[in-house]
Design a protein around this ligand. Structure first.
Ligand SMILES: [Zn+2]
Ligand SMILES: [Zn+2]
Length: 291
């Protein structure tokens, strides 16, 4: 999303539900005053607190962090009413083959705050063209989002705890429009917040059952399938970061690869970003506001 579009949306997000018509008399009384709809108002109720975190500074005028950044360690409470309600909504959406899925509007405020990721069942939503998650409390998305083969538009704007995306999102070949809060992303051009450091490839003396992983260390809770070739990961997983153009944004993507060969096969990042796959941590980034 470009800067200009961001400014417009920010203004709209904090505004009233519907812009007031002008109180000035119209030159032509036969012309109805125009009423501009706040496109976000029917997504999250006005006044509801948006998610936030202290991983790194996201506000204009603040200094970028220089220390280490870690993944969000939160575990999804799968017994919570919010998660259970979300599962029901996904089931409904999968059965009626709807093209727009905006589950957060169906949840209560408390339920919304209980959803910090999406279930793997999201892969069932193969007819959905717009995934609307404005104002979510998400801290990560699962790799299964890459199975949403009809996805054309992804809206996660003001999800300020969502700092990265799974590389599998690049499998959504029709994804052409994204609405993301740039300042919340690792390595964004405004603040260049660091990426969490990734371990060297997991070798045979490390856990081989690549499920039940600690999201605070791995970013993900499972890495059964290679993000690149989709083959089953057998004895080791190679994690790297890469920043790529996805729809209308440059997104930091976490890759869980089965081999060095799959890492070598990754696309080349755009200018203004770390020019290849990396393991985060103290890796050097381009200067601020390069673009
Ligand atoms: Zn955070
Ligand atoms: Zn692979």
């Amino acid at each position: 999303m470009c800067l200009i579009a961001l400014a417009v949306v920010e203004a709209g997000a904090s505004g009233s539900r519907v812009a007031r018509p002008s109180t000035l008399p119209s030159m032509d009384e036969s012309v109805e005053p125009r009423v501009f709809r706040n496109v976000w108002a029917d997504v999250v109720p006005a006044g509801e607190p948006l998610s936030s975190c202290t991983c790194f500074e996201q506000l204009p005028g603040t200094s970028p962090v220089s220390g280490a950044v870690r993944f969000h360690p939160e575990q999804q409470d799968t017994a919570s009413p919010g998660w259970q309600h979300l599962l029901e909504l996904i089931d409904q959406a999968a059965n009626d083959h709807r093209e727009e899925f905006r589950p957060l509007t169906e949840l209560t405020e408390i339920e919304r705050s209980q959803v910090i990721t999406l279930p793997s069942d999201i892969s069932r939503l193969t007819a959905v063209r717009h995934l609307q998650l404005y104002g979510s409390h998400l801290v990560r998305l699962p790799p299964e989002v890459g199975a949403m083969r009809s996805l054309e538009k992804l809206t996660v704007y003001t999800s300020y705890r969502l700092h990265w995306f799974p590389y599998e999102l690049t499998r959504c070949a029709n994804l052409a429009e994204s609405t993301v809060s740039t300042r919340a992303l690792y390595g964004n051009f405004k603040f260049r917040p660091p990426f969490p450091a990734l371990d060297a490839p997991v070798s045979t003396d490390r856990p081989t059952a690549l499920s039940g992983l600690d999201p605070g260390t791995w970013g993900t809770t499972s890495a059964h399938e290679c993000s690149v070739c989709a083959q089953t990961v057998t004895d080791e997983v190679h994690q790297v970061w890469i920043s790529l153009v996805v729809a209308t944004d440059v997104l930091p993507l976490l890759v869980n690869a089965c081999s060095d060969a799959c890492i070598q096969a990754l696309p080349i990042p755009p200018g203004g970003y770390i020019p290849g796959p990396h393991r985060g941590g103290s890796v050097r980034q381009p200067p601020l506001a390069y673009l």
